[in-house]
Write a protein that binds this ligand. Structure first.
Ligand SMILES: Nc1ncnc2c1ncn2[C@@H]1O[C@H](COP(=O)(O)OP(=O)(O)O)[C@@H](O)[C@H]1O
Ligand SMILES: [Mg+2]
Length: 249
């Protein structure tokens, strides 16, 4: 579903070069929930932006649903839903329904398709009670639901979330977790970045652990637990880093 092949990304900030990703390769299967783990600056956002066709690799290739992110970005954009950071992109003065209608129009959904889709999402996410209220007065959890609904209004197969629960309280984080379960049941492929190990343990089938732009581990969580003789992801992550030469120095 998502193939990342030998990707390197170098940013130039005035005269300084920053290598955000170094020879990263991995793949994600259809219907999988993948957690992208790593400290600040590990390269998570850079990688997600690349999958979302918003950034081009300096070297290497990324393909999504069989399409190349550089050569066929439009094919990919139709098939992905993205939600980056705390940016909900919602209009406070519009109702939840109006917000969703607005984004549905941007994706070219017909009036009828839009209505059906909004009804489905409202039911799935439990938003029916406040669909016709202005978003300005919503709690963070309610906003989170509308923001996710907005990101997937066009019913994409692949959904990318960058740090979806950073800055959210426990209730709103739980909203996100429930929604991921729902979307997984619908057969969606989901990739989200996080530095919260518990969240990844709860939700993900597999993980990609990143450190300073390199991929430290990628694979099935259950196999990782078996191989490491532990189910403590935090411990596993730290011990993988310690085993790398560069971490101590
Ligand atoms: N537009 C940019 N210009 C310069 N450096 C950048 C840019 N975007 C990211 N970086 C650098 O790339 C590295 C990885 O960043 P990022 O992907 O945001 O990490 P993460 O999301 O894991 O915190 C960091 O060192 C960051 O400073
Ligand atoms: Mg980031």
């Amino acid at each position: 579903m998502i193939e990342i092949h030998e990707v390197t990304k170098t940013f130039q900030d005035k005269k300084i070069f920053v290598t955000a990703l170094k020879h990263v390769s991995f793949s994600m299967k259809k219907g999988e929930v993948v957690g992208l783990l790593g400290e600040n600056g590990a390269g998570k956002t850079t990688l997600l932006r690349m999958i979302a066709t918003l950034l081009s690799p300096t070297e290497g290739q990324v393909s999504v649903a069989g399409y190349d992110t550089i050569k066929e970005p439009d094919e990919i954009k139709k098939r992905i839903g993205v939600l980056f950071g705390g940016e909900t992109g919602l209009y406070d003065r519009l109702t939840a329904r109006e917000n969703l209608e607005y984004f549905a129009r941007l994706y070219g959904l017909s009036k009828h398709e839009t209505k059906v889709r909004i009804d489905d999402l409202a039911k799935m996410f439990g938003m029916r009670d406040y669909l016709n209220r202005k978003v300005g007065g919503f709690s963070k959890g309610m906003r989170q639901k509308v923001a996710i609904a907005r990101a997937i209004i066009h019913n994409p197969d692949i959904i990318l979330f960058d740090e979806p629960t950073t800055g959210l309280d426990i209730t709103s984080s739980n909203v996100f977790r429930q929604l991921v379960h729902q979307l997984k049941r619908e057969g969606k492929t989901i990739v989200f970045s996080s530095h919260i190990m518990e969240e990844v343990t709860m939700l993900c089938d597999s993980v990609a652990m990143m450190h300073k732009g390199e991929l430290v581990y990628q694979g099935n969580l259950e196999s990782l637990y078996q191989a490491e003789g532990s189910r403590d992801l935090n411990y596993i992550f730290m011990s993988k880093l310690v085993r790398r030469d560069d971490y101590a120095s």
